[in-house]
Design a protein around this ligand. Structure first.
Ligand code: ADP
Ligand code: CIR
Length: 359
């Protein structure tokens, strides 16, 4: 049975969410009393993860947008009564009965450059997340798992050639200056994310964490952050064709060498339900320096209408410094990788309109 302290945490957490006026997370909305009572005594077969593990991040961080993580792959089915409505709302109506389409990368040469004159798109980035079949998700990883994962991924990436050839840089032993420069330049994940920390995703940090990249930093792989792997392609300007083409090449090469966690209904499995399915986030960095506070609200409304997400200059949960915005596809499920990436065309189109209107 589930530890009574865990059940108490869940019940108190429910009360805390409901009592908060400032909390607007999907967790608060979908963790009803009925769901609490149905799920509070359940745990996953392989790791014994509970509802507490699922909701902890959102209970401790009332400003969460979503507020849940899957402590292990089985959590998506054991706690489906909570995950499914959250998935449905986040991914634009992906229903309990829906099946995510099989991986369809498509032909990158069908894309072009969304800003050939280099007028407003500062840079383009497309990433996907992958979990390795061999390891549990973050909260259930041991220190040994982290070391083994780092060795496996860095060893595998040694085999990359041509444009994808690069070097693995472990976080352990990296100077704070180098680390901060990589973060400031948008290449490396940040440290101390409180949403991940409260989800028990940062244990043994920096062990097993690191970044692989080619010399030009157009192909990068994050290791051991939110997901086991984040595969990233990015460059200055708006050539989605080049950025997506490189990502497809990288994913195909890595897939030949490693086994990923995948589910027939949910697609590729990730730690956060917002990343399931294609796991693709295709974004453009655009400059809207003259955007007022009212303009920002309007930008958000346009983004909502086109199923786009607005983030700040340093990514999720950050501000737009100097008018630098990150606009990307919001949904990652129920569409193909190709379609998800194509949405960043809409992102830049809406930006160009915004730029004209905000003059
Ligand atoms: P993720 O995209 O991996 O979910 P974040 O939102 O934290 O995570 O973003 C990670 C980093 O990628 C941040 O430094 C962010 O500024 C950078 N980034 C995102 N989109 C772009 C882009 N189009 N051009 C350059 N950097 C980008
Ligand atoms: C939150 O709930 O705000 C964090 N746990 C992050 C959720 C992921 N965000 C997203 O929109 N993809």
């Amino acid at each position: 049975g589930v530890d009574p302290e865990v059940v108490k945490y869940v019940e108190d957490g429910f009360a805390k969410l409901q009592a908060s006026d400032s909390c607007h997370s999907l967790l608060k909305k979908h963790l009803t009393k009925e769901v609490v009572d149905r799920l509070k005594n359940l745990s996953t077969p392989s790791f014994g993860s509970t509802l507490k593990d699922v909701i902890q991040s959102g209970v401790e961080n009332l400003d969460s947008g979503v507020g849940v993580y899957a402590p292990d792959a089985e959590a998506y089915s054991v706690f489906a009564d909570l995950f499914d409505p959250i998935i449905e709302e986040y991914h634009g109506g992906f229903k309990r009965t829906d099946r995510h389409p099989p991986c369809t990368l498509g032909d990158a040469s069908e894309f072009g450059d969304v800003d050939p004159e280099g007028k407003y798109v500062v840079s383009t980035r497309i990433r996907c997340g992958r979990s390795l079949r061999k390891f549990p998700f973050n909260p259930n990883m041991t220190e040994g798992h982290y070391k083994e994962m780092e060795d496996l991924v860095s060893g595998t990436l040694k085999g990359m050639t041509g444009e994808l050839k690069g070097t693995f840089y472990p976080l352990t032993g990296m100077t704070k200056e180098v680390q901060q420069q990589l973060i400031d330049d948008h290449f490396l994940f940040k440290e101390g994310d409180r949403f991940l920390q409260k989800a028990n995703a940062c244990r043994y940090w920096p062990t097993g964490r690191g970044i692989f990249h080619n010399d030009s930093k157009t192909f990068l792989v994050w290791v051991g952050e939110e997901d086991h792997m984040r595969i990233i392609s990015m460059q200055k300007g708006g050539s989605i064709r080049e950025v997506y083409g490189r990502l497809v090449k990288a994913v195909n090469e890595i897939e030949k060498r490693m086994e990923f966690s995948h589910d027939d209904r949910l697609g590729f499995l990730t730690f956060c339900p917002t990343n399931l399915g294609t796991t693709i986030r295709a974004s453009v960095h655009i400059k809207l320096p003259r955007l007022s506070a009212g303009g920002q609200e309007a930008l958000q409304r346009v983004a909502d209408r086109f199923q786009l997400q607005v983030r700040g200059s340093a990514g999720e949960h950050s501000e737009a410094v100097g008018g630098l915005y990150d606009i990307s596809n919001k949904e990652r499920m129920g569409l193909t990788e190709f379609e998800a990436s194509a949405r960043c065309t809409a992102a830049s189109a809406s930006s160009s309109r915004w730029r004209k209107n905000s003059r």
